[in-house]
Design a protein around this ligand. Sequence first.
Ligand code: CMP
Length: 141
Amino acid sequence: AIERTLSIIKPDAVGKNVIGEIYSRFEKAGLSIVAAKMVQLDNDSAGGFYAEHKERGFFNDLIAFMTSGPVMVQVLEGEGAVAKNRELMGATNPAEADAGTIRADFAKSIDANAVHGSDSTESAAREVAYFFSDAEICPRG
Ligand code: CMP
């Protein structure tokens, strides 16, 4: 099915100037960018996005990292977009990510892991709506 998923290029990858290289991987895999914006998250906006992790030991480090510089947020659309994006990203911990994945190629730690992607169609719906109104999404069909 044609799905949408939320993708975030994190501060480490924005700082390495590889937004275009990562976009290119999405597009070569058949995913279309149907909405995008660059934002500087603050504690409230990052904390709200990652609310499900609030009780985890890594939460404070995660919020500190995600607010350390601008992020690029986009909605990817395409056949099986949620799983396809997760394949392109590789494992959460870059040390365990398959060769050729975004995290293997651009990330250096589990915190600075280059990208975020929704883990299910349910979280994708919530995460897309967290950043974008319907009017900001431009379906490609
Ligand atoms: P992300 O997909 O953005 O979702 C939550 C983030 O928390 C995750 O990527 C990692 O960057 C970060 N994180 C740090 N430590 C852990 C951990 N032990 N397990 C899962 N995520 C972690």
